[in-house]
Design a protein around this ligand. Structure first.
Ligand code: CP
Length: 308
């Protein structure tokens, strides 16, 4: 089995998800054992039109650890020919000749799908505006399986900026494929979960509720997925940002309300929505989650470039 473009979470069925998660587990062993030559002779191009720490560097580390090579444009908005007015489509028509796979982060929802539509090499969506971030969702799924020990019958609370959170959108689509998932969405009024997600869950007959208080959601969650209120999406509405920011903070007192075997996740970066005193709690999994990104992206690159 081979992956082609990785554009959105809905493209993954259970069989492919099992394959990615199992490959990631194998990659964990490769990463701890030193170098691999699996992707020798392959070149990955990264085109990032928005800032990133984890996604770009973990993809680059993944490629290098598998013996491949990397061409990187870390600020493509300012330092690629996009700054001169080149269209995304023209950029892709050129860059596809320079590498075997393109990992792209863009500020517009749907940009990865546009790129995939014309590209002759696989496009991996590394986040498209408030759209999706499918490889983050895959690493989140891997983290949940590793930390909780199962993917069925989970009560998952998503907290924070659920309107702009592309990681939330992608992860909801993946978790909805598992048996007995129950979602609780906890968001400030101005950044509630989108109607498209609610309509999708209703069609799939997956249980969800929207609440406006954090503590009851914490008490029953197996997984608490906190997110940052994304200031960069509020450029022309600062008063809405002020209403959303700081409304739901997870601190030491919150930990006391969570189940003893729950797991606390965050795609990172965080600002103030999880206080640093929480980091030492064994349930705080967000730095392990970021580490898992390396293994999952090694798996994704292998499945895109070589197949299983
Ligand atoms: N989680 C995530 O996408 O982080 P970066 O923005 O640092 O890539």
């Amino acid at each position: 089995m081979k992956l082609d473009h990785v554009v959105k979470a809905q493209q993954f069925d259970r069989q492919m998800l099992d394959l990615v998660l199992d490959e990631a587990k194998a990659m964990e062993r490769i990463a701890s054992g030193g170098a691999s030559e699996l992707l020798r002779g392959k070149i990955m191009v990264t085109l990032f039109y928005e800032p990133s720490t984890r996604t770009r560097l973990s993809f680059e580390s993944a490629m290098l650890r598998l013996g491949g090579q990397v061409l990187s444009s870390e600020n493509a908005r300012d330092f690629s020919s996009a700054a001169k007015g080149e269209t995304l489509e023209d950029t892709i028509r050129v860059v596809e000749h320079y590498g075997h796979v393109i990992v792209m982060r863009h500020f517009q929802s749907g940009a990865a799908a546009r790129a995939a539509h014309i590209s002759r090499v696989p496009i991996i969506n590394a986040g498209d505006g408030p759209g999706q971030h499918p490889t983050q969702a895959l690493l989140d799924l891997y983290t949940i399986r590793k930390e909780v020990g199962r993917l069925d019958h989970l009560n998952v609370a998503f907290v924070g900026d659920l309107a702009n959170g592309r990681t939330v959108r992608s992860l909801v689509y993946l978790l909805a494929k598992y048996r007995g998932t129950r979602f609780t969405f906890v968001a400030p009024d101005v950044v509630r979960i989108g109607d498209d997600i609610k309509e999708y869950l209703t069609r799939q007959e997956v249980h969800f509720e929207e609440v406006f208080e954090l503590d009851p959601a914490l008490a029953k969650a197996d997984v608490v997925y906190q997110t940052r209120v994304q200031k960069e999406r509020f450029a022309d509405k600062p008063e809405e940002y002020a209403r959303a920011k700081g409304k739901f903070i997870i601190d030491r007192e919150s930990l006391a309300k969570m189940k003893g075997d729950a797991v606390l996740m965050h795609p990172l970066p965080r600002v103030d929505e999880i206080t640093p005193e929480v980091d030492a709690d064994p349930r705080a999994a967000y730095f392990r989650q970021a580490q898992n990104g390396l293994f999952v992206r090694m798996a994704v690159l292998k499945l895109v470039l070589l197949g299983s």
